[in-house]
Write a protein that binds this ligand. Structure first.
Ligand code: APR
Length: 241
């Protein structure tokens, strides 16, 4: 089966990828909805919403600094490296990720679209100024030069994905004749609808996930495998073909 996927990838004209938290699980970054997922231990509405930040910015900042510590010290795994290789080979045209970690970039991917923002970015709640960071802020409540509170540059529940980012993602999905979907539970919109655009245009959907998801029965092939193992095997097969 994986040989068939390798062949389809090689024959593709415009391959894109959609990744979720599962691709970073093997790098030690917790996912959201698995057994040991973040939303089992923490309440998303208390930590990842605009109202949570308004009511208790210290708590939200404490949680994000904890996540930044994990993410900024994490290393890309075989799956991130495989996608960077496929981009270098000119096969992967765009990687769309729901993740706010920077492991795709750390692995060498250049064409990455962050639907939900990035923990590497802080932005001002007043003047909208943005700051790139590579370690968690030390202050309890990080402030902008203008004096207002800074917040993580991520998209919270109840917030819209910036329209230019979403437009770009839809454009690449519409051009795809193959989309490989790795490590996402495919329940959060609008990300989960991107593969449906590919399907509508008669493109191929390849899913890689140890568990079934709502995408599984519309995928042309669904590999019940972990990202690292599957992507590493795929790149090696493609390099041999
Ligand atoms: N390899 C591949 N997939 C894996 C692995 C692995 N090693 N480990 C877990 N998975 C799969 C799980 O089976 C699950 O389907 O990764 C998926 C992770 O799902 P979620 O935790 O829901 O993460 P994601 O789909 O990225 O969540 C989407 O929800 O909370 C918001 O904004 C947040 O971007 C996030 C969005």
């Amino acid at each position: 089966m994986i040989e068939k996927v390798a062949k389809q990838i090689l024959e593709s004209k415009y391959m894109t990828a959609l990744t979720g938290a599962g691709i970073s699980a093997e790098s030690g970054i917790p996912t959201f909805r698995g057994e040991d997922g973040l939303w089992k231990k923490f309440k998303a509405e208390e930590l990842a919403t605009p109202s949570a930040f308004r009511e208790n910015p210290e708590l939200v900042w404490e949680w994000y600094k904890w996540r930044m510590e994990i993410v900024f010290n994490a290393k890309p795994n075989l799956a991130h490296n495989a996608f960077a290789e496929l981009e270098k080979m000119g096969i992967l045209k765009m990687l769309i990720t729901q993740n706010v970690d920077d492991l795709h970039e750390k692995a060498g991917s250049k064409k990455v679209l962050h639907l939900h923002g990035s923990l590497r970015i802080l932005r001002c709640t007043a003047c909208k100024k943005r700051f790139e960071i590579d370690k968690p802020p030390i202050e309890k409540l990080p402030k902008c030069e203008c004096g207002a509170l800074l917040r993580p540059g991520v998209v919270w529940f109840g917030e819209e994905i910036p329209s230019e980012i979403l437009r770009e993602a839809i454009k690449h999905a519409s051009m795809s004749d193959l989309m490989i979907v790795v490590g996402t539970s495919a329940v959060v919109q609008p990300a989960a609808s991107l593969p449906l655009i590919v399907k509508k245009n008669k493109g191929l959907i390849i899913e890689i996930n140890p568990e079934e998801t709502p995408l599984t029965n519309i995928a042309d092939i669904s590999l019940r495998l972990k990202a690292g193992e599957a992507m590493d095997k795929l790149v090696k097969l493609i390099q041999e073909l």
